[in-house]
Design a binder for this molecule. Structure first.
Ligand code: FES
Ligand code: MG
Length: 594
């Protein structure tokens, strides 16, 4: 399948600048001797074998990705089988559930450090071991900046969780169990049991949360081997995919197939379409826009709506559906989804992928083995399942995931474009998650079923790193009356495993003096989904007065930084709609070409 493709010679390998540079024998000897000290031979390092990095994101601190410690052995065997030399190295850990204040703070830090490693060490190509939410974007952003041949391998989802005969999906079950706990249905110990049941094996979240989403999108972009993203972590197919990935990266080096050859505008558009069809996480807009920026392509939230909104939901996987990772894999995973989208004419079939074939060649004619789990395009779970990009006096951009909104809500507010329906409500404003947790049950706030909850101070600068907190549960009193969700608006993010009707990623955030900074509890706001608008219903002169007042007190502000990185990132980070990239970083592109 690779005949006729351009091939580089051993003399053109990048690693030879370190290991076999006749122009500088002194430095060559210095570079070489220390890599020999644990048993590598001169023959391995100097006979024209590609040197392949294995970017290890798994560790005891990163349990979602920890199984990569095992999988890396199979990757290594694949590399060796094809005549490469594997050098494994650790990446900065990013554990979604373990890192305070938020794992999102570390995405750009892991990105920066991986850029330095890929740029500064003798590597001809790299296997990116991804999994937990921010690891795929951090790794692929770095590969995009450096533009070294790269391929990503997902750790794979955990096995399905079960509790008393029912599926328990990671993350999603927490939101549900919290409702039951708040309503007094279950006690603390039962709550812990239910949540614990959702994590029965090694692997990342088994729902279509941000991890499953981002790894599916790595495959849709062409950066992971076809069919590899959905394989559950403990399945034998996962080790086999690791071996094939190791083999393939060596070929990619010889073919000089770089991220910029794969991640074209067409590939990003394919990822946007795939995201809608799988019911993917709203975090995908942030990470995909960031990856695109680092490879030099502009993808905006308007692109997400324009390309993705019309696409139906095909994957019946939690949180938008009922099944989990194992059924999704058995039904065919991403190739089956792409095949439906290809047949419907929604995919750029010529987009090249990491296995040297196009996405069309990889996926055309694949099909769903289980129509309950992966639905046909003509008979989806939900029509128009992509994201809306709202704008107005509240913000320049905020995302709403329509596939997780209740049918009643959709029918009422998003039924037909000429429908004048909009929803309006009095807002209750929370200054971050701590304020929310302390005060949500305070009766003085007068929260009822018509209230819109607002969370601010939770964007990339405010929190810092942007907190995953916009999905706010109503007060316990309302839950007991059966009101399980209220519309939420916020400048933070929302977990990919959540199903609250939220308007999130609001940019600019309050800490950047966006419209949310002007809101006060008691104000009314109007959201018109058909017009994609979101506005504060207060007179213009009052808005101006508040704006002037905000400026007079030096802006909205944010709490002190607790670590050096928090301070550094706050000074240079862009907004969520812009991918939350580091502003000075995006101009560095294709830096591997010395
Ligand atoms: Fe790591 Fe969900 S918490 S994948
Ligand atoms: Mg998350």
């Amino acid at each position: 399948m690779t005949e006729g493709r351009r091939r580089i010679t051993p003399q053109q390998l990048r690693s030879r600048l370190w290991f076999d540079n006749p122009a500088n024998p002194g430095m060559t000897a210095l570079y070489l001797e220390r890599y020999l000290n644990y048993g590598l031979t001169r023959e391995e390092l100097q006979s024209g074998k590609p040197i392949i990095g294995i970017a290890q994101t798994g560790s005891d601190l990163s349990p979602c990705n920890r199984h990569h410690v095992e999988l890396a052995k199979r990757v290594r065997e694949g590399i060796t089988a094809m005549g490469g030399v594997a050098l494994e190295f650790p990446c900065h850990p990013i554990q979604e559930t373990g890192k305070r204040p938020t794992a999102a703070l570390d995405r750009n830090l892991a990105y920066l450090s991986l850029v330095e490693v890929l740029y500064g060490y003798p590597l001809d190509g790299v296997v990116l071991l991804t999994g937990c939410d921010k690891t795929m974007p951090a790794c692929i952003m770095a590969a995009a900046t450096v533009n070294l041949p790269a391929i990503s391998l997902n750790v794979g989802p955990m096995l399905n969780g079960w509790h008393q005969g029912e599926r328990t999906g990671s993350g999603t079950v927490v939101w549900k169990a919290r409702e039951r706990h708040a309503a007094g249905d279950i006690d603390y110990a039962q709550f812990m049991d239910i949540v614990g049941s959702s994590a029965p094996s090694v692997g990342h979240c088994n729902t279509m949360g941000t991890a499953s989403t981002m790894n599916a999108l790595a495959e849709a972009l062409g950066m992971a081997m076809p069919g590899s993203a959905a394989i559950p972590a403990p399945y034998r197919e996962r080790g086999q995919a690791a071996y094939e990935t190791g083999k393939r990266i060596v070929e990619m080096v010889w073919e000089d197939q770089k991220p910029s050859d794969i991640m074209t505008r067409e590939a990003f558009e394919n990822a946007i379409v795939a995201n809608a069809a799988i019911g993917g996480s709203t975090n995908a807009t942030i990470h995909i826009n960031a990856i695109a920026k680092h490879v030099g392509i502009e993808i905006t939230c308007d692109d997400w709506e324009r390309i993705g909104f019309e696409i139906p939901l095909l994957a019946n996987v939690q949180p938008a559906g009922v099944y989990l990772g194992e059924e999704y894999f058995r039904a065919g995973g991403l190739p089956a989804i792409m095949a439906e989208l290809i047949a419907a004419g929604k995919v750029h079939e010529d987009a090249m992928t990491c296995n040297g074939r196009t996405i069309g060649e990889n996926c055309r004619g694949k099909f769903s083995w289980d129509r309950a789990v992966i639905r046909p395009y003509e008979d989806p779970l939900i029509e128009k399942a992509g994201f809306l990009n709202l704008k107005g006096t509240l913000f320049d951009s905020a995302i709403m995931k329509t596939s997780v909104i209740s049918k009643e809500f959709r029918d009422r507010y998003l039924s037909n474009p000429s429908d004048p329906n909009a929803f309006e409500g009095r807002v209750v404003v929370f200054e971050g998650p701590e304020d929310y947790h302390h005060n949500i049950d305070n009766p003085e706030l007068e929260i009822d079923e018509t209230t819109i909850l607002v969370m601010r101070g939770t964007g990339p600068i405010g929190y810092p790193g942007s907190a995953e907190v916009v999905n706010m549960q109503p007060p316990a009193a309302l839950i007991k009356r059966g009101v399980l969700s209220l519309p939420c608006i916020g400048d933070g993010r929302q977990s990919g495993t959540s199903g609250t009707p939220s308007i999130l990623n609001a940019s600019p955030e309050a800490a950047a003096n966006g419209g949310l900074a002007l809101l006060q509890t008691g104000d009314r706001v109007r959201i018109d989904l058909n017009k994609r608008s979101a506005d504060i219903l207060i007179p213009a002169d009052e808005l101006q007065r508040r704006r002037a007042e905000l400026e007079a007190r030096g802006g909205f502000g944010y709490p002190d930084s607790q670590t050096p990185w928090q301070e550094i990132q706050r000074a240079i980070v862009d907004q969520l709609s812009e991918g939350m990239t580091l502003k000075p970083a995006v101009k560095y592109q294709r830096v591997a070409q010395f």
